[in-house]
Design a protein around this ligand. Structure first.
Ligand SMILES: *Cc1c(COP(=O)(O)O)cnc(C)c1O
Length: 320
């Protein structure tokens, strides 16, 4: 993840496609990460990238966009408004549109994470019982906004299964924020009809009123005997800290949501302790330091003396 999110996989493949077809300018709507990834890949390839993001996007992502040289426009509106704008601009101005799920190469890029998981599990644990090929975990947790990552993951796993490189399909567990749960709602209602919501969540990367890949996300869970669940913003913030302490990984809120989902499913005894579980941590915590700060207490400020240090840490002389 050279720009710090799983969106790099999608943008790399979209950019390869753009080079193949001789495109000079790409337009991308994004909550931040997809735009950052597209700006970086396009810059490396010598293609212009117009990126439209909500003006409320986290500062870290906006800074990355500017540094990578995107033609960046901050939209007075939410992600769905930016998405719609990019589609219209693409149609009227003839630019290549990278929008997630609208561009089929986005899922093709994201599916490569399935290959990496199964290849690395085989390398680490040895081949599966059948004695050859790669190894699938029992369950994969992935956060869901548009639903493109879980759709790509599903497609990659289906490809491996069809080739006989894995002997079974893992259960896919999609995790949404309560405040942006159009896909989870459809799953719970047993339908593929995605009813838009008015999304509000601290996890900006999974905030979508009208998830662009909602139908395929519901199918990914249903066809693998998985589930789409929701977690609260507080669970997401708590999971930033839990992931830091349990796994020494610093995640942005949308990424810690997947871990919050695992913790909730373990609590609900929906996951067997013997299972092999993979949690996709899709975005780096440095992208949204403000949220990490909200998840943690302000550390003590001290005078630069050993006495003050001891007092603050409540340790006495001779303590190791
Ligand atoms: C985009 C993104 C997601 C969600 O992916 P979708 O394809 O929109 O479901 C999750 N986490 C991070 C960090 C993201 O940038």
């Amino acid at each position: 993840m050279p720009t710090g999110s799983l969106k790099d996989r999608a943008s790399a493949i979209v950019t390869a496609r753009a080079l193949e077809t001789g495109v000079a300018r790409i337009i991308a709507a994004s909550t931040g990460n997809a735009g950052v990834a597209q700006a970086a890949m396009a810059n490396a390839a010598g293609i212009s990238a117009v990126v439209v993001v909500p003006e409320t996007a986290p500062k870290g992502k906006v800074a990355q966009l500017v540094v990578f040289g995107a033609e960046l426009l901050l939209v007075k509106g939410n992600y769905d408004a930016a998405f719609e704008l990019a589609l219209r601009a693409s149609a009227e101005l003839g630019w290549y549109c990278r929008n997630t799920a609208y561009n089929p190469f986005s899922a093709e890029g994201k599916k490569t994470v399935a290959f990496e998981i199964c290849e690395q599990l085989a390398a680490e644990l040895g081949p599966p019982k059948s004695g050859q090929g790669w190894r699938a975990p029992d369950r994969i947790f992935v956060s869901v906004g548009d639903g493109n990552i879980i759709s790509g993951l599903h497609k990659g796993l289906k490809d491996l299964h069809a080739l006989g490189w894995i002997d079974r399909m893992p259960k896919l567990v999609g995790v949404q924020s309560e405040g942006s749960a159009a896909v989870a709602n459809a799953f719970a209602a047993g339908t593929e009809t995605i009813t838009p919501v008015t999304a509000t969540t601290i996890a900006d990367s999974i905030s979508a009123d009208r998830p662009a890949d909602g139908v395929r996300a519901v199918r990914a869970a249903r066809q693998t005997e998985g589930v789409i669940i929701k977690v609260s913003d507080q669970q997401i913030l708590d999971a930033i800290v839990a992931l830091g302490r349990d796994a020494t990984i610093f995640a942005e809120p949308a990424a810690s949501a997947a871990y919050a989902g695992l913790l909730a499913q373990v609590d609900a005894k929906a996951v067997d302790p013997e299972e092999q579980v993979v949690v996709l941590v899709t975005g780096n915590g440095l992208k949204d330091v403000a949220s990490a700060s909200r998840a943690t207490a302000e550390p003590p400020h001290i005078e630069p003396t050993v006495e003050a240090l001891q007092q603050a840490l409540a340790v006495t002389r001779g303590t190791r």
